[in-house]
Design a protein around this ligand. Structure first.
Ligand SMILES: Nc1ncnc2c1ncn2[C@@H]1O[C@H](COP(=O)(O)OP(=O)(O)OP(=O)(O)O)[C@@H](O)[C@H]1O
Length: 591
């Protein structure tokens, strides 16, 4: 579904961590110091025993040992805190990048993605990453430092015993080489299954009423369950491999411990090794048990995190819009914008057929232009090309005479108000919904728009007026009200071009006439283009563009088109506009 990330995940993980390298080095340095002091403990124990054997005072060495233990603990704690904090900051950075990438994705990318899976990447995958970026990286670092230090001290203490211990480390290393890739693959598969679950759930909630009305709950639950079981299966595989690596590491360390005891005992008996060195060596091995098992555990966790990094970075690699590139053409701020389509051909994807086959029309100046035509003729697609949700496959779309591809996206869209067909309201208050497209609008601006969009009655009916929650968790507002909220939102932007996709569902007479009034009022000062499904809109239009099968077949006023264009006459008759009997003509769909 998503393109594979081209960069190695370890490099990506490092790229996310790089901005914090100073704190990382400081935390790492302190952890190293903490580790060194704990490594010094066995050596100091040897010193205490040697002093005792020589009949000297042990007060000094014991005090020094205590100081080293306490100092080492404090330094280690500060280092661990700094590393942990860095881990959290890495995750914050990743989440910010991911949110930025998701919201700036091109519409065409979102068309082929599953939103539920994207949500899982932002939530579940970044949560996985947090474990790695906190305890995983911290433990990997500190345990590696301790292990390397321990190994060096062992090599200095006794070569023979060192070789025994080194053999154990090699065995653990080989084991990790086998186990870690399997843990990584299983984790990735588990996360993919989790993403699938998110997608299924989104599908269910996206059509919740339909699912219930179709009595399809059981089938949907079964789909969700399949994904849940797959995630569980992969999780169990991870648990299995983790158990194998944990137990095998423990065994390897213990075998090494016994071997060192046996070989070292022999060396001591033969007088080739002081007993204090053997004790120090055994203590070292004992101390190293923890860093070794922590190292193994953190390598396991990092596999998990790298699986998450892969999935997160697949999103960062998707095509995003650059909304600021280019220089905006100079335009008169209060003049209505003109739109021109010049021989525009368009397909949504290379593997899909053309939707537009050479669309040509112009709509300039203030006034109302209605786009009409059978369902699927490509009317809404016209709007998508003006807004540059997609780019024309060939031909040119112009705003104010400039190719829309030469406008900075932000500047282009700043001139346009867009009302979608289903006029969605977003979860939040009515005021937030209105201010979305014009965050700097004043209270007076909002009050004026409420009046213009005939929303006064709605505002007075809502419990907290403009500050009432609407949408999911608030009051549900009607289709007509949603349309007017959407128009108000678009108008608050003070657009020079208003694109409005009329709702196909029937509105009651009061709502319809309210909408019409708002539209006509806007058309006095703005270029308003409407995908018209209602007769009252069509007859009020200054210009009607008739589209059929991806082409413009006629342009004119209602009267001109009734006289000159058969398809338009059929469409109008289908809605009893001309008083003709529609059944007497070929069926041409609804306008
Ligand atoms: N995102 C998309 N990806 C692929 N095909 C699409 C996409 N959006 C629309 N289409 C297809 O493009 C064609 C034209 O759609 P469009 O929405 O522009 O038609 P319309 O004239 O506005 O129809 P209606 O009056 O029913 O709203 C349809 O066949 C539709 O299935």
């Amino acid at each position: 579904m998503l393109r594979a990330a081209p960069k190695a995940p370890v490099r990506r993980l490092w790229e996310h961590a790089r901005p914090h390298w100073r704190v990382l080095v400081l935390g790492g340095g302190l952890s190293f110091l903490g580790g060194v002091t704990s490594l010094a403990q066995p050596l100091m124990a040897k010193y205490v025993i040697d002093e005792l054997g020589a009949g000297g005072s042990i007060l000094g060495p014991v005090l020094a040992l205590t100081g080293v233990i306490v100092g080492g603990a404090v330094i280690g704690a500060v280092g661990a805190f700094l590393l942990e904090r860095t881990g959290q900051s890495v995750v914050l950075g990743v989440r910010r990048t991911l949110v930025g990438s998701l919201v700036r994705l091109r519409v065409a990318e979102v068309d082929r993605l599953k939103p539920g899976d994207l949500v899982a990447r932002l939530t579940a995958d970044t949560t996985l990453l947090r474990t790695v970026a906190t305890s995983g990286i911290t433990n990997l670092f500190t345990s590696s430092v301790l292990l390397v230090g321990g190994v060096v001290v062992m090599a200095v203490l006794d070569r023979t015993l060192f070789l025994v211990a080194a053999g154990m480390i090699v065995v653990v290393g080989l084991l990790m080489g086998v186990v870690l890739p399997r843990i990584g693959a299983a984790t990735r598969a588990a996360q993919v299954a989790l993403g699938e679950m998110g997608s299924h759930l989104e599908r269910v909630f996206g059509a919740f009423r339909t699912v219930k009305a179709s009595s399809a709950e059981d089938a949907e639950i079964a789909r969700l369950d399949t994904a849940a079981v797959e995630s569980w299966r992969r999780g169990v595989a991870v648990a299995g491999w983790t158990a194998v690596s944990g137990t095998a590491t423990w065994l390897a360390v213990n075998v090494a411990f016994l071997t060192v005891l046996a070989v070292g005992g022999g060396l001591v008996a033969a007088g080739n090794l002081p007993v204090s060195s053997l004790i120090a060596f055994l203590l070292l091995l004992f101390y190293l048990m923890e860093p070794i098992s922590t190292l193994v555990q953190s390598l396991t966790e990092i596999q998990t995190g790298l699986a998450a990094v892969r999935r997160i970075d697949e999103v960062s690699d998707l095509d995003q819009e650059d909304t600021t590139a280019g220089a905006a053409p100079a335009v008169a701020p209060d003049r209505p914008a003109s739109v021109a389509f010049e021989d525009v051909a368009f397909r949504y994807r290379p593997d899909l057929p053309l939707i537009h086959h050479g669309v040509d029309f112009e709509a300039g100046g203030a006034g109302l232009t209605a786009l009409v035509g059978p369902s699927g003729a490509g009317k809404t697609t016209v709007f998508s090309l003006v807004e540059r949700f997609y780019d024309a496959t060939s031909g040119t779309v112009r705003l104010d005479g400039t190719d829309v591809r030469d406008w900075p996206l932000d500047a282009l869209r700043a001139h346009i108000g867009y009302v979608e067909q289903d006029a969605p309201v977003l979860d939040g208050t009515l005021r937030e919904n209105l201010l979305m497209a014009a965050p700097h609008a004043t209270g007076d601006d909002v009050a004026e728009i409420v009046l213009r969009a005939r929303l006064t009655e709605l505002v007075s009916r809502l419990p907290d007026g403009l500050d009432s929650a609407i949408g999911h968790r608030g009051v549900t507002i009607s289709g007509g009200e949603r349309q007017r909220v959407a128009i108000a939102r678009a108008l608050l932007r003070r657009p020079r071009l208003l694109l409005m996709d009329e709702a196909t569902s029937q509105l009651d007479a009061a709502n319809e006439s309210a909408l019409k009034e708002v539209m006509l009022e806007a058309a006095r000062t703005t270029n308003v283009i409407v995908v018209a499904h209602r007769l009252s809109t069509v007859t009020s239009a200054d210009r009607i563009v008739v589209m059929d099968a991806g082409r413009v077949r006629a342009v004119g006023t209602h009267e001109e088109l009734v006289a000159a264009d058969e398809l338009y006459r059929d469409l109008a008759a289908g809605q009893l506009l001309t008083g003709e009997d529609p059944s007497a003509r070929s069926p041409a769909g609804a306008a």
